[in-house]
Design a protein around this ligand. Structure first.
Ligand code: PLP
Length: 406
């Protein structure tokens, strides 16, 4: 058959519903066009949710040791268990879910939260309905399109209260809830989550709780895990990751928790079905090298180093929040999260993004990339080296503050 001629295979119709350009591609195109006009400009990105600080040496040394052991007869290991190392699952429970009733048998270690979410949605199958916060992590919307699932956005309670109005929310099979939320940077309070759990129970829905930014939570009235909420073990699956916790965005390691008490309408165990899906799609679990890194990251010694890096990003967020306040702009988030949700008025979020890029060579994410209610906002990421954050602020000062010498 010659190259380019069509075959008789029908294209998966769901693929035509997925956007070919996810938001990070759209941002990359913006930067490419900008550099074509200003080839010598140094663009500072406040747009991307990727870790920037090096992984602590205490973690990489442990990984190095493990890698060398693979070259020995005693240390070599082949296929792993699909659920991940028992020792890592135990450490996850001890370090992050102490006293919350999570069992190691309920944890599935994977190649990251995105992998967990796609496998979970694959398990639930096509045709079901899923509710989303507006705005939220845009990948979910695309995954649902891929798996032929139907999305509804939950309306917010009010302009400045980002928790959905559950009193008017439709019943859906699943509710994807991200807290602290990407992109708004808002962490739901425990009271909010109690409402969410009782709403899910009343409607017979399952919550997919995305907690990948939980390490940033500092307010005691906010939860780091949905399992801090009574009754959540009956209706909630939690997904988390080492990506934002320990800078593993490139290493790839995450986990899902499926409590044994979450069951389908026919009483069958969701956990048992997830075993099937994982055995079929990731039979040997996550890379053993990445898992060695995860084990080290959660050790009492390295965990302190991990938290120092989170604190670095939080300080970045405070610097940015201070600057936005001096411009008279209203900003949300940035406290229990690495994201700031910056309110803009009078122009579209893409126009403001383009203006910042053109005039300050600073890239932000247009809020509209994250859902219809994202219009009117920019998402600002506090992931960055300190000197870049400071320089971004100086450049923004120059275009946002009235000229002092005028
Ligand atoms: N969930 C949310 C809300 C995210 O923002 C991201 C990545 O930015 C992910 C999941 C994916 O994380 P991972 O790198 O573990 O796949």
């Amino acid at each position: 058959m010659t190259k380019g001629s069509s075959v008789g295979v029908k294209r998966n119709a769901n693929l035509s519903n997925c956007e070919s350009e996810l938001f990070f591609w759209k941002l990359r195109l913006k930067v490419q066009s900008h550099l074509a006009i200003y080839p010598n400009s140094k663009v500072i990105s406040l747009a991307v949710g990727d870790a920037t600080e090096p992984i602590p040496q205490s973690i990489t040394c442990a990984v190095e040791k493990y890698v060398h052991s693979l070259s020995t007869r005693e240390g070599f290991s082949g296929y792993g268990i699909h659920q991940g190392l028992e020792s890592l699952r135990t450490r996850i429970v001890e370090q992050l879910y102490n006293g919350l009733g999570v069992k190691t048998s309920e944890i599935f270690v994977s190649d990251g939260a995105k992998g967990c979410l796609s496998r979970l949605l694959m398990m639930f199958g096509s045709g079901l309905t899923l509710a989303l916060q507006d705005a939220t992590y845009p990948v979910i919307n695309q995954l649902c399109s891929l798996f032929g699932q139907n999305i509804v956005y939950l309306a917010k309670k009010s302009e400045d209260d980002f928790f959905p109005d559950l009193s008017n929310a439709p019943h859906t099979d699943l509710i994807y809830f991200c807290s602290p939320n990407n992109p708004t940077g808002i962490a739901a309070t425990k009271k909010n989550l109690e409402e969410l759990v009782s709403f899910a129970k009343k409607n017979g829905s399952i919550i997919l709780y995305d907690a990948v930014y939980s390490a940033f939570v500092e307010d005691i009235d906010c939860a780091k895990s949905i399992y801090e909420i009574p009754g959540a073990r009956e209706v909630a699956i939690e997904v988390n990751s080492f990506s934002k916790l320990a800078g593993f965005t490139g290493v790839r390691l995450g986990w899902s928790i499926i409590p044994e008490s979450v069951v389908f309408a026919n009483g069958k165990s969701v956990l048992q079905d997830f075993h099937k899906v994982t055995l079929l799609t990731a039979p040997a679990g996550a890379s053993s090298i990445a898992q060695a890194g995860g084990l080290a990251a959660l050790s009492s010694e390295s965990f302190k180093d991990v938290l120092k890096i989170i604190e670095h990003y939080k300080e970045n967020a405070r610097i940015l929040l201070k600057a936005f306040a001096s411009y008279g702009l209203e900003a949300f988030g940035g406290r229990n999260s690495p994201y700031i949700w910056l309110k803009i008025a009078g122009k579209s979020s893409e126009d403001v993004c383009d203006e910042w890029l053109e005039r300050a060579h600073v890239l932000a994410s247009p809020g509209v990339f994250f859902g219809p209610a994202g219009e009117g906002f920019l998402r600002i990421s506090a992931f960055g080296h300190r000197e870049d954050i400071i320089e971004a602020v100086e450049r923004l000062d120059a275009i946002m503050l009235p000229c002092k010498s005028c």
